[in-house]
Design a protein around this ligand. Sequence first.
Ligand code: BGC
Length: 444
Amino acid sequence: MLTFPSGFLWGVSTSAHQFEGGNFHNQWHEWEQRGEIRSGHTCTPACDWWNNAAHDLDLCRDLGLNTLRISLDWGRLEPTQGKWNDEAFERYRTLLRMIHARGMRPFVTLHHFTHPTWFEKDGAFLNGSLIPLFVAYAERAVAELRDLCCDWLTFNEPNVYATFGYLFGEFPPGRRNQVRDTAVVLSNIHRAHALAYDRIHGLQSEARVGLTTNWTEFQAATASPADRFLAYIYDGIFNRSSFQFLRSGAPDFPFGALSPNVPEVIDKTDFIGVNVYNRLYVRSPFEFSRWSTGGIFVLPEVPQGDRGVNLPYGEAYPAAVLGAVREYGQLRVPVYVMENGVPDESDRIRPWVIVNTLKHLHQLISEGFDVRGYFHWSIVDNFEWNEGWTLRFGLYGLDRDTQQRKPRFSASLYQQIVAANGISDEQLSRFSEPPSPVAPTSGN
Ligand code: BGC
């Protein structure tokens, strides 16, 4: 039996746009209206949380979870610049009360990829002069909700937001190959984090303020110096950027040359989150905009969940958590695995992912890393950004038309792990190998 420390947090992560439905004032809705969602799906009603979150919160309680991560949709709260929507604040207050009533500690993310359309129109985080508007929103949100939450994440995955928006063209604003803009966006987000960190502490002395980053293993496809160098570059830009900002105020060479220095962010985090899912392979020639044929791809024979619309989602790689925690653990603040999961409609590979990620996490705790919690992504299938409803991440399946939830095997597996506060020998041996075949069959 691998037992976790007492008081370990067991949760799931969610985000406003992917769960609530009716988030019509943010840039992702605009992106959808422009026909940019690759799957062609629409988001609303999502999991209908704006009308009825109780259903899924009850499922979380029944799994025995003691924590839940949600996010706020800034566009709902400030649909027009400077005009606040009190009803939306009241709805979030109700949601937080419902989470507490079910025995769970809420973690609230202020920016999980979405912001108001007016903020996007003026350049969002590429435009440094807009940073005070984000900080004002953070201040307002914390002032309104501080009696109901102490754990705040300013940003979800600055690295995904910046690279998918400005390097790969996958997220709004859909720009490609803008290396310098990517660097500037990353600097501005970390500057915004530093300012929000101070303001939140000014408002709430007991607040704990952090952020969460995505960590993806980049594996050189061959031992050639070119492939290894490119894997190193990706690792630096993508995986280590938040670490380097929090450590020294700027990314290391070569990316640091493009990113304005942010000395005020050094050490400004009370905890750190890592979101771990994948391993990707890197091969030269390097082309930022082509994932499958040029720079980044997935070996066909490795364990994988379901495929995205055009591209594989990535190798399901539980050991990614080792690199993530060994790097971010050096910040010497509590670490949370804020997201982990796999798109897997038939629950073919998810049990293996959960058990083996937790096995590695247990090892990290034995090595002395201060890991305080694990949040699975997610409780129920939800709107997966550009992939719409094609990628199913839920412990529970969702029928969008009827809003019925159906448990997958992984729900009961996770429930047993949470109840035992650990993984049994039987679970370890039953899920020691990825199921065969490891890759999804064609068509999904
Ligand atoms: C994001 C989630 C997303 C999940 C699965 C993370 O990068 O924070 O919003 O649904 O990955 O792809």
